[in-house]
Design a protein around this ligand. Structure first.
Ligand code: FE2
Length: 417
């Protein structure tokens, strides 16, 4: 299990104006003074970027409490697999006036990771997650992620990685044409990274890796606030703390934080789309780690994408029964059809929780009928956690009570008669 705190993406980028040496005074080409900020992981010993501000990035003038809403969680007891119908959390029209930062509904969580869902049509306030990196999966819609690093355009099917403490905001693009922004948000405690197995010792993608640098999109910038906002007091919503101590604040700076004229480094938001993931398929079924894309402390993330299926004689093409001895498995089925769970009520934007200590897999019929299938249209985003997940208020509000008994062809538990 990964325990490293290594950074986001080991790939150098730069934009705008900055000096040829670090830690020296620097004026822009039109004579404005700049102030250097170091954003770095693991103290001063990890992945970092250097940003050059027109204002003083520490000029705090106020702070108040931000009520994060109900982040409580419950034990999944009595133990059973679960199915959560996320669309029930945002009935038609209820997304109006909501944003991607403040209106998330907590589905599952533990001390390592929290998973939430949101449907939004409005720009979010400026936001900085001080707890860890975020991986936001875009189920549908389009948005600009505006940050101190620049603007990153994201769309359906993107995995968007936002490093801890990055001040940013989510601005939906053309909601009328693209629909509201639907997002599945994975908030890490600490950092997420590309799995080491895909990288050379210097961080370049290896031959055979399912993604390459060419698939990674970074921000375009610099992004400066409009002149009328540049010197205004500006609020930033902040998350901080860990475990039961997670808390929110609205801090106020005496200027707009989008005042970065240039930056360089290895730490910045980036996105890649599931359509660019090149799955490895074979004579017999390849195990789920084949589909891994990211990892954090005590969890991994996979993208299951459309693919040609196994071609060996008698090869089963749906996941055989498996006990994830060390992991709780959470699937977000964002599109397509999942053959293994056909007929169980799983639909678009469903989430299944298959906890450790419980064997799962396809239904009997799906297992037997899978032989000879040529192609899978399955599209799913998976989080596997090494520690037990607890159930949040969002999950409880859209729980499907019939799901646990679907393997046995029942709608209710036997004790109900
Ligand atoms: Fe599984």
């Amino acid at each position: 299990m990964p325990t490293t705190e290594r950074s986001a993406l080991m790939y150098y980028r730069s934009m705008g104006e900055f000096p040829t040496s670090r830690h020296v005074t620097f004026q822009t080409s039109d004579g404005r003074e700049t102030f250097e900020e170091f954003i770095g992981e693991e103290g001063f010993s990890g992945t970092a970027s250097h940003l050059y501000h027109l204002g003083i990035p520490a000029n705090l003038v106020d702070s108040r409490v931000w009520d994060l809403g109900d982040l409580s969680t419950q034990t999944n007891t009595p133990l059973r697999p679960r199915h959560f119908r996320l669309p029930d959390l945002f009935p038609a029209g209820s997304h109006q006036g909501k944003d991607l930062v403040r209106h998330r509904r907590l589905v599952l969580g533990n001390d390592d990771v929290r998973i939430s869902y949101v449907v939004a049509d409005s720009p979010s306030p400026l936001f900085s997650n001080g707890i860890g990196d975020e991986v936001v999966y875009i189920e549908s819609g389009e948005a600009d992620v505006e940050s101190v690093f620049g603007t990153l355009r994201v769309r359906q099917g993107d995995n968007v990685v936002i490093p801890r403490v990055t001040i940013h905001r989510w601005v939906p693009v053309d909601v009328e044409k693209n629909g509201p922004l639907k997002a599945y948000c994975v908030e890490a405690t600490g950092h997420v990274e590309i799995p080491e197995k895909y990288l050379t010792r210097f961080g370049q993608f290896l031959e055979g890796a399912p993604l390459t640098e060419r698939n990674m999109r970074g921000p375009v910038g610099p992004l400066l606030a409009p002149a009328e906002l540049a010197d205004q007091d500006t609020e930033v919503y902040v998350k901080h703390g860990s475990g039961a101590d997670v808390h929110g604040a609205v801090v106020v700076y005496d200027h707009h934080p989008f005042d970065v004229v240039g930056w360089d480094g290895y730490l910045y938001p980036y996105a890649f789309n599931y359509r660019d993931f090149s799955p490895v398929t074979g004579k017999i079924l390849q195990p789920p780690p084949t589909y891994q894309i990211l990892q954090g402390h005590n969890f991994v993330i996979c993208n299951f994408v459309p693919r040609m299926l196994e071609y060996g004689e008698g090869a089963i093409t749906v996941p055989y029964y498996h006990s994830n001895v060390d992991a709780d498995e959470v699937m977000f089925y964002y599109a397509g059809e999942t053959a293994a769970r056909k007929g169980t009520g799983i639909g678009n934007a469903s989430v299944s929780l298959h906890p450790a200590a419980y064997t799962h897999g396809p239904t009997r019929q799906a297992y037997l009928n899978s032989v000879g299938a040529a192609e899978s249209k399955e599209m799913a985003f998976m989080v596997d956690t090494m520690n037990t997940l607890r159930v949040g208020e969002g999950a409880l509000a859209c729980d499907d009570p019939n799901y646990p008994w679907t393997w046995a062809g029942r709608r209710t538990p036997k004790s109900d008669g």
